[in-house]
Design a protein around this ligand. Sequence first.
Ligand code: DGL
Length: 273
Amino acid sequence: MSFNNKSIGVFDSGFGGLTVFSSIAKKLPQYNYIYLGDNARSPYGDYDFDTVYKYTLECVEWLFTKGCSLVILACNTASAKALRTIQQNDLPSKYPNNRVLGVIRPTAEVIFNYTQSKHVGILGTRGTINSNSYKIELNKFSPNLQVYQQSCPMWVPLIENNEHLTPAADVFVKEYVNDLLKKSNKIDCILLACTHYPLLIPKIEKYLPHGIQLLSQGEIVAYSLVDYLNRHPEIDEKLIKEHKKEFFTSGDTQIFNKQANQFFGEEIQSKQM
Ligand code: DGL
């Protein structure tokens, strides 16, 4: 693919990034996109820093070889554990013309607008929560915000295995939501800091008291990308605008095709990575 013929890559450990991609594709339908889910190695939530960095870099480099000059890590775990090293080490030395963006910073920039009490809850994978990335980013933008975090290690496995609508899922949804709410009775906004979690919204809402707002990242990240491309016309002008979308998985394409529409909202025909 020539230098002037570029797509936007969207990456997640598995299906979750499709919830973000769906919002991006609605807001910016004109671009060409390549989605990659690393389903064969998902979930990433419990891997150490080095492993998440290694797997994420491999996937980002694969997207570069497919002609993506701009890649969105539509995965909080990868954004928390791999993005900084990729941006600071790999891009300048090996791919100075390419860009990789994450989902944590754009989300942290706007959370303040959604809370009156200034007490917010964060639900994420163990990797995202233990990295403290949200606390660090939120403190930069809104130092007065009180941040309470809860990891939900069973949620991604339940969703990736299509068990999230079963009664068994209720047990883990109730447990983690209650554990978060025990940390403060002033929380009025909860961020779903994992791109898989929007699929659990109906169950999460069952266990939330009235008046607590649940925030997912799709729209936020899509708005932030619109803003980024407006501020960087030199990147925008290299992107092809033929309204095309391709989907790849490192896992089983038939399983991907069967489950992906729950996340993306339309039927998907995926190809093997
Ligand atoms: N969707 C990923 C995220 O936003 C899930 C990570 C995982 O694979 O555990 O964190």
